[in-house]
Ligand binder design. Sequence first.
Ligand SMILES: *Cc1c(COP(=O)(O)O)cnc(C)c1O
Length: 424
Amino acid sequence: MPLTTMHIQNTLEAARLADQQDPLHAYRDQFIFPQHNSQDCLYFCGNSLGLQPKSIRPALLHELDHWAEHGVEGHFRGDMPWMHYHRFLTEAAARLVGALPEEVVVMNTLTVNLHLMMVSFYRPTAQRYKIIMEAGAFPSDQYAMESQVRWHGFAPDDAIVEIAPRPGEDTLRTEDILQTIEKEADTLALVMFGGVNYYTGQFYELEKIAAAARKAGAFVGFDLAHAAGNVPLQLHDWGADFAVWCSYKYLNSGPGGPSGAFVHQRHADNPAIPRFAGWWGHDENERFQMKKGFKPMRGAAGWQLSNAQIFSFAAHKASLDIFDQAGMDALRTKSLQLTAYLEQVLTAAQGNRALYRIITPADPAARGCQLSLLTDHRGKALFEYLSENGVVADWREPNVIRFAPVPLYSSFEDVWRLGKLIRG
Ligand SMILES: *Cc1c(COP(=O)(O)O)cnc(C)c1O
């Protein structure tokens, strides 16, 4: 029986048995759980800030020691000299998003990278200047789009085309997205979509969106903040021009952790692509000759500006190593099962009280591990009651509670306990 359809009874014994049979269960011990009444809290907030891997502290201490011992020579010494540090993250990051190593670089933070990518891939003309995006995108993305459009002298109301759910529906239909792209084909400069929407948890059909955008002659970029480390991605095959993501949500690399950026291989060898440049994107062989005239490195690395933020990169590397060990396939398999269990438990727990309605798509292919509950006026009280009882979830105005059972460290027992609390 496929794991996703395996039914797990809504009992503590069944949940514990599912944990025993879970091949990833041991990974839980690699993470530090905040405590509530001297017990691990029920942590369902990995969509916002992933838990701390125990391996990060020694990784940070290692770099502090390296600095203490070598001073400036640390750039060139040791098994991971700072000079080349970004390279030590590239392959694992590329595997996570389905990219070639030369298509990926870790640098800066997410919104910064979104702007850098738009400098290169939002090149509006009088004829082609529009951006298509999802309505209700994460605010930072909305502000980035709005300011980019204005910076090029266009009006956001005219240049930004938002696709909203149909009346009475909570999430987008792929057909509506594709139709809008086709309809705007003559004026379209860029399709910029989230991978998984932060509010609804909808995982968009990125492959189809990328194909439609390219057919329309537009560039296409994805913000994978809620997708990286959560859902399977194949950026290279899907043909996106660029993508960006952060490392502190599902990627557990700590608050303010660095961002990843993807630039498709077909742009790798095109130094003529306009970009904002810095010395770290300059041809490595000549970087320290301090010569005039910017010559970009091949691939995504040519978009780097500054030397690596070693401490946050070291944390990110420690976390990426865990993803490499566990593997996205195994994580997705568990995620499908655990999320289905959460859905079952949440549905049973409210009985006929109609406290909430799940707005995340019911189709497992159209979501990651987050379920969003639309509540009524009792929602805030429910959220506060859960918080007082050791549940860490999050509240999004005006009335949504988000729960993310993360396959690396959440358990079936956690989910069962959440249901028990809601049953009261
Ligand atoms: C979390 C998130 C951000 C946050 O951006 P930072 O630059 O990392 O502060 C931006 N966009 C999306 C879609 C997000 O989910």
